[in-house]
Design a protein around this ligand. Structure first.
Ligand code: DGJ
Length: 482
């Protein structure tokens, strides 16, 4: 029987009741014809939400399966059962404990569903503990068994992996995220049995997810940049606890604006197919964060590839995932120096300002059209919102202002709105955006004492960058909008 559904990436995800799907840093488990999606829900107190779907597209909310008020019960190892910090009157604890990246396994021997997750006290990320909860049914009320530092290690971003022989592993970031540690779980999956491997020590990885394909293990992971997306990387090995390859990039410079959450193996007629699910965190507002579902491909036994698709059609009757794309033609322009995105802000009175704002996926102000301007490879940079062109501020008599000149956005197309995009000759990433008329380059930074909400954007003489001064304020990345 055909069971096709189309998933539109880069659009808000809504459940069958019309509510946004809140299941971040999540996990999926299949049972009795349903996929169950667990994840973080931070509305009105932290909790673990659960949704289910028979086609991976239409999701029914099954409510919260673990909350800060859930039942607690100790098991046979030492844990802290404190779910909501005891001094909750202390406002610095915000909404209470942080629960991140919940993952659920089914233990065949005990019949229990076992949830592993990352726990923090709600005030800071210093406890760095894992936590465990269990339930007799997949989407029932989980009982919380407490948090702890596995074999004394810090434990932040995490995942689990159940091997074909039933053994299961917990993998988490330790030593302030410097190392990824692999632990074998006890037979009942309730505790850590042994630390079996340290992966890529000192390389600061987050967001791990593991699959096994044709006997080869693949691990995908992100770098550590808070809520900002970065270049994802993967590695492979023929033994989970043996020698792993080095990390190699997958996806684009921002993993298509995602951070790995989990990978769903789909039963296909021929061989398995694999669906990558990434969180698209919105750094300007966590609650605007969404998800991206993309097929993984494997050009060879040891290679993993992720390509963008605006839409994917999944046929669960045969596991075939078909990608379809219509490039948006839009770009975000990221300042490498200030980690801010060029924004064209049009005030009510029609005045336009060019500034550098925190990445926000909902913001039309951060979308730009980069179009050819005549011959010789020059471009015009036009804001999607308001359609005005980026241009330099020239005095009315054509004379230039002094250094640190303002950048304007004008609706007409003056001669000084042509720019060249120059690759760095020093191997640093990003381009110099040079104005054709003045020869000066775009620069973004923060003035002394200025609040860091908005970076100032202006044009200055191109200068040789001294890396000891931090990141280059004259470097920008032109990123596709997905
Ligand atoms: C990135 C992690 O991958 C997320 O799970 C979350 O911990 C954020 N950092 C917090 O900054």
């Amino acid at each position: 029987m055909e069971n096709r559904a189309t998933i539109r990436n880069a659009e808000a995800w809504i459940d069958n009741g019309g509510e946004p799907i809140r299941a971040h840093g999540g996990w999926m488990l299949q049972q009795d014809g349903y996929y169950y999606w667990f994840g973080e829900d931070r509305t009105d107190g932290r909790k673990v939400s659960c949704y289910r779907s028979s086609d991976l597209c239409h999701w029914e909310s099954r409510g919260a399966v673990l909350t800060l008020a859930s039942k607690v019960g100790s098991v046979y190892y030492r844990t802290s059962l404190e779910l909501f910090p005891s001094d909750k009157e202390d406002n610095s604890f915000g909404q209470g404990s942080v629960i991140e990246r919940p993952k659920v396994l089914h233990n065949e021997r005990t019949g229990k569903y076992v949830m592993w997750m990352h726990w923090e006290n709600g005030r800071n990320y210093n406890d760095a503990r894992c936590a465990v909860a269990t339930c007799d049914t997949i989407d029932g009320e989980y009982v919380y068994h407490g948090s702890f530092n596995p074999i004394g290690h810090m434990s932040r971003d995490c995942t689990v992996f159940q091997d074909t022989d039933g053994s299961a592993y917990f993998i988490s970031a330790a030593r302030d995220n410097a190392d990824l540690l692999v632990y074998r779980l006890s037979d009942d999956y309730l505790s850590i049995e042994e630390h079996v491997k340290t992966l890529w020590p000192g390389q600061y990885r987050e967001a791990p997810a593991v699959i096994k394909r044709n006997g080869i293990y693949f691990l995908v992971t992100s770098a550590c940049t808070g809520w900002l997306p970065n270049q994802g990387a993967y590695a492979y090995s023929d033994s989970l606890t043996g020698r792993w390859s080095q990390l190699m990039p997958f996806g684009d410079a921002t993993t298509y604006d995602t951070q790995p959450a989990f990978i769903v193996p789909l039963q296909s007629r021929g061989e398995m197919t694999y669906l990558y699910v990434g969180d698209r965190w919105d750094p300007s507002n966590y609650h605007h964060s969404t998800y991206v579902f993309l097929p993984l491909s494997f050009p060879s036994d040891n290679e993993l590839k992720l390509e963008w698709a605006d839409r994917i059609t999944i046929d669960l009757s045969n596991g075939i995932i078909e990608p379809q794309s219509e490039p948006s033609g839009l770009h975000r322009i990221k300042s490498c120096g200030a980690e801010r995105y060029l924004a064209l802000v049009i005030e009510k009175d029609g005045a336009a300002e060019v500034t550098g704002n925190v990445l926000s996926y909902a913001s039309e102000e951060q979308k730009w059209i980069v179009e050819p301007a005549g011959e010789k490879g020059y471009v015009r940079i036009r804001g999607k919102a308001g359609g005005r062109c980026l241009t330099v501020n020239l005095c009315s008599d054509g004379e230039q202002l002094r250094d640190e000149q303002a950048v304007l956005a004008r609706s007409d197309v003056p001669c000084c709105s042509e720019w060249s995009l120059e690759d760095a000759s020093d191997g640093e990433s990003g381009v110099l955006i040079r104005n054709r008329t003045t020869g000066k380059v775009l620069s973004a930074g923060f003035g002394e004492g200025q609040d860091r909400k908005h970076a100032q954007v202006h044009v200055t003489e191109a200068s040789k960058h001294d890396p000891r001064k931090g990141r280059d304020p004259q470097r920008f990345e032109i990123l596709n909008v997905y």
